[in-house]
Design a binder for this molecule. Structure first.
Ligand code: COA
Ligand code: NAP
Length: 266
């Protein structure tokens, strides 16, 4: 009898997840593997990648790792080539690698701003560009992880907001240019997600309970909820969707920057 890993929606597909060594990226990689995809995990820290790859393989899936910085185009290109050659094809690219921290714009250094733009926006372009040929061969798809800061003016995060807004624009531009090559390009904009590095950086300590009270659905989202949306976008159910950003934030962005202002005591 075939295991769930061999008979899932993505059986036989090859996937690459940047930022796959932790948090949301790790959860997305695990869910892709559960749906039958063979998954390449990318990040800077080999130990983190190894931990997630081990969890996937011990559960019966297939995972490999390639430690690199998404800011280094030549290394990202090698990771993509290795994915396509080891798995037979690259069908799904997920750009989840990102950096963020709280900083007032007035004291943020130019290098701090650039570091976040480089990782989030340039990193997303690097992986997408490097994957173009493989994805056009497989008629595959890209999913970029953005954030509500792309649209909602948010205190202390001008760097991340600008980077994520850039990624959403890149998503639409690549969708337009690459549709004719059979490549779909979409994004997911999560709201606050439980148990992640992102939320421990942005809403530490008491800020968490204050933010949770303001979320219209009354709670943080789960990594699994983001993963299910990814499955939808990359599976046959999403075959006519391109250039879209799925907002999965429990209604948080409907309130504008209010919750963030409260959280920061502003
Ligand atoms: N506040 C203000 N500036 C900060 C900062 C903070 N908390 N953390 C880093 N910076 C600045 C640094 O001072 C530096 O600028 P400088 O050279 O002018 O001093 C610049 O950012 C780059 O820092 P560096 O540590 O060299 O960057 P890096 O490329 O190694 O790391 C970061 C990138 C800064 C985004 C780091 O936080 C990171 O690796 N994050 C990954 C995990 C993460 O953020 N997860 C949440 C995802 S939402
Ligand atoms: P996370 O665990 O810190 O995930 C980010 C990952 O990116 C890490 O595994 C990190 O590993 C990797 N990374 C960072 N810089 C990199 C670089 N230069 N090159 C390669 N890999 C790099 O944080 P998370 O909270 O789960 O966030 C995941 C994604 O979801 C991000 O895109 C984030 O903006 C988005 N998001 C999160 C939330 C939330 O509530 N957490 C909300 C909205 C959007 P290394 O440090 O080992 O490289």
């Amino acid at each position: 009898m075939k295991s769930v890993f061999q008979s899932g929606l993505l059986a036989g597909k090859g996937a690459l997840v940047t930022g796959g060594g932790s948090g949301i990226g790790a959860g997305l990689a695990k869910r892709l593997a559960e749906q039958g995809a063979k998954v390449m995990l990318i990040g800077r820290t080999q130990e983190k990648l190894d931990t997630i790859a081990k969890e996937i393989t011990e559960a019966g899936g297939v995972a490999k790792t390639f430690a690199c910085d998404v800011r280094k185009y030549d290394l990202v290109e090698k990771a993509i080539a290795e994915t396509a050659s080891s798995f037979g094809s690259l069908d799904v690219l997920v750009n989840s690698a990102a950096g963020n921290f709280l900083s007032p714009a007035a004291t943020l250094s130019a290098n701090g701003f650039r570091a976040v733009i480089d990782i989030d926006l340039c990193g997303t372009f690097n992986a997408s560009r490097a994957a173009f040929e493989a994805l056009s061969a497989s008629r595959g798809s890209i999913v970029n992880i953005t954030a509500t800061q792309a649209h909602v003016a948010t205190p202390l995060q001008c760097h991340a907001g600008a980077a994520k807004a850039g990624i959403e624009k890149l998503t639409r531009d690549l969708a337009l240019e690459w549709g004719r090559f059979g490549i779909r390009v979409n994004a997911i904009a999560p709201g606050p997600i439980e148990g992640t590095e992102g939320m421990s950086r942005l809403a530490p300590g008491d800020a968490e309970s204050s933010l949770k009270k303001r979320v219209p659905l009354g709670r943080y989202g789960t990594i699994f909820e983001i993963a299910e949306s990814l499955t939808y976008l990359v599976s046959p159910a999403g075959a006519y969707i391109t250039g879209a950003t799925l907002l999965i934030d429990g209604g948080t962005s409907l309130l504008g920057p209010g919750p963030f202002l409260d959280m920061m005591g502003m």
